[in-house]
Design a protein around this ligand. Structure first.
Ligand SMILES: Nc1ncnc2c1ncn2[C@@H]1O[C@H](COP(=O)(O)OP(=O)(O)OP(=O)(O)O)[C@@H](O)[C@H]1O
Ligand SMILES: [Mg+2]
Length: 468
């Protein structure tokens, strides 16, 4: 038996008088471990401890010990820990700090003092593994959400860490990106590294993980071999979901894009998009990373202006936007207030804030500042605040990111209720299953243009819309 690379002994972390994790003792070797559990359960907190970020970078009350190769992480410096244990954050944009993509990926090997030839080969391999060679000369701040996630992962791979910890690394990746990442993680593990992945879609790691940890309520509630999961559809194409028959009649038109184009730097990232959204519709906007999905969301919400063409939208149209990185939307002192502000913009009978809090599993954190919520909780809070304003058009960019199955379903069914009352939903996702079950229309975007559109096949075959 080889000794564990990482071990925790009676590990607890407290914040605001609450245990985020409590009395966890585990040992990790050169394994491939899948970490599961509900949003807000303490998964990220445990991983931050393993990576030395708690207590070194977060001012939280940590009890017990974390040992790296037998040495307590409290006796080591964060750079020493980080050179051996790399972590990719749940919100990858928060860990990118270089101006250009190439420098971001080369940063760790260069900083470790490797010869420049080796720096080039390590970072080149990492960029190739994530399929981002075409982004190397781009500015980090001017990337789409999924492109940033790929850069953060490539930067961690380029470190050749002993242990790589990834916090929901697939959450914003397109279908091809997810396949590439699974392959890269398999290769890393085969080369002798430990790999620990927090993931809400365990089928993505089928055949790779040999151990599963389930975290719930801050405790390890399961530690053993992986459960069997449904087959992986990650190779499927969006076009295969489309019914070739013409779509049925729709409700009143709410908003329309006419020949809309958006230019960023010298590139047209949207080119001549025509699109009309109607009351009652649940529209899935899908396509590869960088294809322009969030740009369309911005046009519809009015946060992005078209460089050519127009956005036709009645002035009184109410739009609720849940952006891909929702943290910047949250400004109130507590989670409850955030929803109350959303609701106050509208008179009449909206869902009471307390009901939204409990439906979305936020009751326990209702009085916490939004900045202390987990990433999945933040997204649900932003969703609740948008919904509380009873929008005519609700736009949700990546509802599934950071959410366990039950939370995803709750969000979709709340949004669907809004559509029954005459609203419309536009959601952006890479989750085939979510699209298949909830969309009434699918719009496929590739390289800044709509390339296919229609209703989902499964929906028509079933004959009914699953609204319940
Ligand atoms: N601020 C910016 N400046 C310049 N280019 C940008 C900016 N934001 C995004 N882009 C580029 O515009 C294109 C479309 O980006 P967008 O965010 O709409 O993609 P997306 O389909 O939402 O991707 P993802 O699935 O990764 O979220 C991409 O090539 C992206 O790199
Ligand atoms: Mg996007």
């Amino acid at each position: 038996m080889s000794s564990a690379m990482l071990r925790t002994e009676g590990l607890s972390v407290r914040a605001a008088g609450r245990y985020l994790i409590e009395d966890i003792s585990i040992a990790l070797g050169q394994e491939f471990v899948l970490v599961r559990g509900p949003s807000g359960a303490g998964k990220t907190t445990l991983m931050r401890c393993l990576a030395g970020l708690i207590p070194h970078a977060f001012d939280l009350d940590m009890q017990g010990r974390v040992l790296l190769g037998g040495e307590p992480t409290t006796d080591m410096s964060l750079p020493d820990i980080a050179s051996r244990v790399a972590m990719v954050f749940q919100r990858p944009e928060t860990q990118l700090f270089n101006l250009f993509v190439a420098d971001e990926i080369a940063f760790a090997p260069r900083n470790a003092g490797l010869p420049e030839a080796e720096v080039a080969s390590w970072s080149g391999d990492a960029a190739a593994a994530l399929g981002i060679e075409h982004l190397l000369a781009r500015r980090v701040t001017e990337l789409s959400g999924g492109e940033k996630q790929r850069v953060a992962i490539a930067s961690a791979l380029a470190m050749h860490p002993e242990v790589l910890i990834l916090d929901e690394p697939f959450s914003q990746l397109d279908i091809q990106g997810a396949v590439s990442l699974a392959d890269a993680l398999g290769r890393l593990h085969n080369s002798g590294a430990g790999v620990v992945v927090i993931e809400q879609y365990p089928e993505r790691l089928q055949g790779l993980a040999s151990r599963e940890l389930h975290i719930d309520g801050g405790e390890v509630v399961f530690d053993g071999p992986p459960h069997d999961e449904a087959p992986d559809h990650s190779g499927e194409q969006w076009e295969a979901l489309l019914d070739p028959a013409p779509m049925e009649a729709k409700g009143d038109e709410l908003v329309r894009l006419e020949n809309a184009s958006v230019r960023r730097d010298r590139t047209e990232v949207l080119r001549g998009v025509n699109l009309s959204l109607n009351a009652g519709e649940r529209i899935a906007l899908v396509g590869p990373n960088g294809s322009g999905k969030s740009t369309i969301a911005g046009l519809l919400a009015g946060t992005t202006k078209p460089t050519r063409g127009s956005v036709e939208r009645p002035a009184k149209l109410r739009i609720g936007l849940v952006p891909q990185s929702p943290s910047w939307m949250l400004l109130a002192d507590t989670a409850r207030q955030e929803i109350e502000i959303g609701a106050s913009s509208r008179t009449g009978s909206a869902t009471p804030p307390e009901e939204l809090l409990s439906a979305l599993g936020l009751a326990a954190v209702a009085d916490h500042p939004p900045s202390l919520l987990s990433s999945g909780e933040m997204r649900r809070l932003c969703f609740a605040a948008a919904l509380a304003g009873r929008p005519d058009l609700l736009i949700v960019d990546e509802p599934a990111a950071g959410q366990h199955r039950e939370a995803r379903e709750t969000m979709m069914s709340l949004a669907a209720q809004r559509c029954e009352q005459g609203g419309a939903l536009l959601f952006i996702t890479h989750d085939l299953d979510l699209v298949r079950r909830w969309a009434t229309r699918i719009i496929v975007l590739r390289d800044g243009q709509i390339t296919a559109e229609g209703s989902p096949v499964a929906l028509r075959k079933a004959g009914t819309v699953e609204d319940t």
